[in-house]
Design a protein around this ligand. Structure first.
Ligand code: COA
Length: 438
């Protein structure tokens, strides 16, 4: 039954996310290193699920490996400088062949799941020209994206697939970087999310210089960076030829231009994109623009979410019963912990006479426990109490006395709490009293 309840919570969470992202655009650059038979069908199946929940999906097909293979097979030599292929006119037909081959492969997978997909020429390109004395020949850069036409395709329920080719107004094809194309596309479509999905071990903190402000997930993976942290990361890691650095650079460009979340994901992991969206710490690295996690005062419209969080604990007798009406009356005392717009924790500070206050109603979503959220809520409430001139905070708990002690609280007795609380103390609950002097 407990396992089933866990599933119910996951399903609810998924519904909340899909409501948040309905009608929003996700641009995914899918590298051909993950576009082979063993990985692509799984990835595409997840993308189709996202599309069916109302998310507008746009795909950019990366073809670097396939281009290398085809050029190699036909004995065409193409040098790369600073990671960019010097695309000679002789190489261009082969580059086009490879680019459309990968795009076709993705289209075939989507068709197999009954989804209509369209490969198109929505990108106007121009020559990259000569940079620092290097003539990149027919390598191009994005000049303009026909967002109106692209949106028309999405409105009709299709998934647009963009190969890494753009055309000049005269119809001349240029070889584009699919990662740059995806970045420009996400910006011009005002996408909510941009994903770089590749065979990539992820940003492991030990492989880079960091300034210690970045949160690491288990395994030392950098799970998220704010725009400021990403800027600092690039200052500390100026490398030109590291994939992680290149992706952070592009992610930053997208984030600075309005794309709220950019995700770097290892597409080889099962369900990588879905897990990155729906799990608490993701499986890749997210670069985000606005505050991703915050503690703030509870608003009246948070009451149903907070009640949902507290209800199982109330049912188990861990928390004192509170109805939605009680919570609405007490909303000024409560704070919530929010991750990406969803409430995953709460706590309250009730004021008493004698410069005392009680920390109560503390609850953390079980899907998000062990992440230090409870501790952050308590620290926030203590700061709030301190700023209001409170001299002692106390908590009554039946189940979490050890936890409060770890945070520096000391055991107390009923005699230590204010009169008003003492007279209301429920002797049948036998709650332990923990005290923290400020
Ligand atoms: C107690 C509670 C708020 C902690 O939230 P949290 O975000 O998981 O806490 P943190 O991440 O800050 O701390 C987690 C650590 O405390 C420990 N811990 C969690 N609950 C504990 C408890 N009841 N007793 C002792 N230790 C506990 C965990 O083992 C964990 O240690 P670890 O990180 O070494 O694995 C949460 O478990 C909860 O909602 N409990 C039910 C409600 C409750 O008891 N509220 C207190 C009464 S107001």
């Amino acid at each position: 039954m407990e396992a089933f309840n866990d599933h119910v919570e996951i399903i609810r969470e998924a519904f909340r996310y899909t409501q948040t992202f309905r009608e929003k655009t996700f641009v995914l650059q899918v590298d051909d290193t993950v576009a082979d038979e063993s990985i692509l069908p799984e990835l595409v199946r997840d993308l189709v699920l996202l599309q069916r929940t109302g998310i507008r999906i746009v795909l950019v097909a990366g073809a670097r490996r396939r281009i290398d293979e085809i050029l190699d097979r036909y004995g065409v030599d193409c040098e790369k400088r600073r990671g960019i292929r010097i695309s000679t006119p002789e190489a261009i037909p082969f580059i086009k062949m490879a680019a459309f081959d990968v795009a076709n492969r993705i289209m075939t997978s989507l068709s197999g799941l009954g989804v209509s997909a369209v490969i198109g020429n929505w990108v106007r390109a121009r020559s990259l020209g000569v940079v620092d004395g290097v003539d990149f020949q027919d390598a191009g850069t994005v000049d303009k994206i026909r967002a109106d036409l692209l949106c028309g395709v999405i409105d009709q329920g299709s998934v647009p697939i963009l190969p890494c080719i753009g055309w000049s107004p005269a119809g001349k094809p240029y070889n584009l970087s699919s990662r740059e194309l995806a970045t420009t596309l996400a910006i011009s479509l005002h996408a909510s999310k941009l994903f770089f999905v590749s065979a990539f071990d992820g940003l492991v903190a030990s492989s880079y210089s960091t300034d210690g402000t970045i949160d690491n997930a288990p395994g030392g993976r950098i799970s998220r960076m704010s725009v400021d942290q990403a800027e600092r990361f690039l200052e500390l890691n100026p490398s030109d030829d590291d994939l992680g650095v290149e992706l952070v650079r592009l992610a930053l460009q997208a984030a600075r231009n309005g794309v709220e979340r950019v995700h770097l994901v290892d597409g080889r992991a099962d369900g990588a994109v879905v897990r990155e969206i729906f799990s608490n710490l993701g499986v890749g690295t997210m670069i985000h623009t606005n505050e991703y996690q915050s503690i703030r005062g509870m608003r009246r419209d948070d009451v149903p979410d907070v009640h949902r969080l507290m209800r199982p604990l109330i049912d188990r007798g861990v928390l004192v019963p509170r109805s939605e009406i009680d919570l609405a009356d007490l909303h000024g005392d409560f704070v919530v912990f929010e991750t990406d717009g969803m409430v995953h924790g709460c706590g309250a500070l009730h004021r008493y006479e004698d410069a005392q206050a009680e920390i109560a109603g503390l609850a953390v979503d079980p899907q998000y426990d062990h992440l230090g959220i409870g501790q952050r809520i308590v620290a926030y409430l203590i700061e709030r109490a301190r700023s209001e001139g409170v001299e002692r905070v106390f908590a009554l708990t039946t189940q979490a006395s050890d936890w409060f002690e770890q945070l520096g609280f000391v055991p107390g007795t009923v005699a230590d709490v204010p009169d008003q609380k003492r007279s209301a103390y429920d002797h049948t609950r036998k709650s332990r009293i923990l005290i923290f002097d400020l």
